[in-house]
Design a protein around this ligand. Structure first.
Ligand code: ADP
Ligand code: MG
Length: 492
């Protein structure tokens, strides 16, 4: 059963409505309001300045690179950059928040609107609109599992810049949410504004889920906090959909509440209900002036935005006649696209045929090597230039496609160039008509009985003669020439 069918049968007359608040950690050497390093994996409290530790009398200084990163993200996600935005204090007490408040943006975020178009498995496209993107400080980390009697605080993360990307409630299933997050992550990685590394917590999401009957008003949402893997996000959504349908179908009402996803049980449970919802007492941050941007600065950043997945897919289809499926797969991740484009760039004016063949070899043979070894394409044993060279050897009839598969494996194991392997192993295709004819004649002479059978109408034997000749040449005869020669010889 596909995921799509599962959701349809499981939800019956009910439709799920889902909106996300994605926290994406900004790629930057230093924090939002201090010059401390953001490096992941440092010793506890190594990257903590007086500002991050909130010593009295220190003042925040805005990191303009982080602001540029947020602007870039907003432009890349089709949003509007607001010329004036503002920082606010969000007050709450937590041991890993030494300030006693988080500096965030509330009523006046840096980015408004925006959207991502997502393509589902069935090929349909759906637009997911964004509400806003704002920037804020991350909190530190409380560590409870190092001692039986004590908790520890690590403030290395305190003050690192987060972008909170808030969507409209535009998604309808776990599949749509998964595709949305994959695409969002890919765009952020293309933009180099967030590394999207969910294991290290650089991307995490709060998932808002409600249930209604299509055509009726949206239902009350439950919010599942801080889920940090695609798998858990999908599981949390499916659990919530089922839980809420259960409540409504037995005549109850869904409470607006904040829930936690328990990775061990695959269930969500209440963290806090609306009654004791937090009142953050937001007020304008007195230590920072409003953030005022100029059109010039925004336009300058717009110029640095690379070609993004949708545009790249369309261009590859247009320029090289690649099928949509291939073009989309190549463009889906910046590393894959970089590899493909470096391979194309390494040959002089690549033809459409070449581009298509290169796509096949990359998405087929190379991806299968990568899968087997568990490596990403940026760790590939075969360089983009060498893969292009291999495809070129096939296209120029130096080796056959079949031999090329062997060569590719040898390339993977040795890291050598295809030309070197072909040379060393003597794998060059035989294209000399005389040489092939000599071997073909030998095969026919050794199989006079089969030749007689062929001539009396057993056409299928043609394949046998091809196979035998190929065997004698160790697979190196050019198949087209070999076919022509055999036809000619057998006609007489
Ligand atoms: P809060 O901080 O209170 O959670 P936000 O405005 O930051 O509020 O986020 C609200 C999120 O909830 C958005 O992602 C929005 O799309 C989503 N949402 C709003 N209404 C619904 C609903 N009826 N069902 C599901 N999600 C919803
Ligand atoms: Mg929320």
């Amino acid at each position: 059963m596909s995921e799509e069918e599962y959701i349809e049968t499981a939800t019956g007359k009910w439709e799920a409505v889902i909106g996300l608040e994605v926290h994406a950690q900004v790629i930057s050497e230093s924090k939002l309001f201090s010059s401390s390093s953001t490096k992941f994996g440092a010793a506890p409290n190594e990257n903590v300045s007086f500002v991050d530790a909130a010593l009295p009398g220190v003042l925040p200084v805005l990191n303009s690179f982080c602001v540029d990163q947020a602007i870039k993200t907003g432009l890349g996600l089709n949003g509007t950059v607001n010329l004036v935005s503002r920082f606010d204090r969000k007050n709450y007490f937590y041991a890993d928040l030494p300030q006693g408040y988080q500096i965030s943006q509330y009523k006046y975020p840096i980015i408004s609107g925006g959207y991502i178009d997502i393509e589902k498995a069935d090929g349909s496209v759906r637009r997911v609109n964004l509400e806003r993107i704002h920037i804020e400080q991350d909190a530190g980390k409380s560590i409870h599992d190092q001692s039986p009697t004590k908790s520890f605080i690590d403030l290395n993360r305190a003050g690192i810049t987060l972008m909170e990307i808030v969507t409209k409630p535009d998604m309808r299933s776990a599949e749509e949410v998964t595709v949305f997050l994959q695409k969002l992550r890919a765009i952020l990685r293309y933009l180099k504004t967030c590394d999207g590394n969910m294991e290290e917590g650089s991307m995490r999401a709060d998932v808002n889920v409600s249930i209604h009957c299509p055509g009726e008003e949206y239902g009350t949402r439950a919010e599942v906090k801080n889920v940090n893997s695609f798998k858990f996000i999908a599981a949390a959504i499916d659990f919530e959909i089922e839980r809420q349908i259960g409540i409504l179908e037995s005549g109850g009402t869904v409470d607006q509440e904040t829930r936690l996803f328990d990775t061990a049980s695959g269930q969500t449970r209440v963290m806090r209900s609306k009654e004791d919802a937090q009142d953050y007492r937001y007020f304008p941050e007195p230590d920072l002036p409003p953030l005022v941007l100029t059109e010039e600065r925004i336009e300058g950043i717009r110029k640095t935005i690379p070609e993004l997945p949708d545009a790249k897919t369309a261009r590859l289809q247009r320029e090289f006649d690649l099928p949509h499926y291939d073009a989309a797969l190549i463009s889906a991740e910046s590393e894959t696209a970089d590899y493909y484009e470096r391979a194309l760039d390494s040959v002089k004016s690549p033809t459409k045929d070449f581009a298509k063949m290169l796509a096949n070899w990359m998405l087929g043979e190379l991806f299968s090597c990568l899968n087997k070894s568990g490596k990403s394409i940026s760790e590939s044993n075969i360089s983009a230039e060498n893969l292009a060279e291999l495809v070129n050897l096939i296209k120029t009839d130096v080796i056959s496609g079949k031999i090329a598969k062997e060569v590719l494996e040898l390339m993977w194991d040795s890291g050598k160039s295809p030309a070197q392997i072909v040379e060393e192993k003597g794998l060059k295709q035989i294209t000399s008509v005389d040489a092939i004819e000599e071997v073909a004649k030998q095969v026919l002479a050794e199989n006079t009985d089969k030749v007689a059978e062929y001539k009396s109408g057993k056409d299928k034997l043609f394949g046998f003669f091809v196979g035998q000749t190929m065997k004698k040449t160790e697979g190196k005869a050019n198949p087209k020439i070999l076919n022509e020669i055999l036809r000619k010889l057998l006609e007489n």
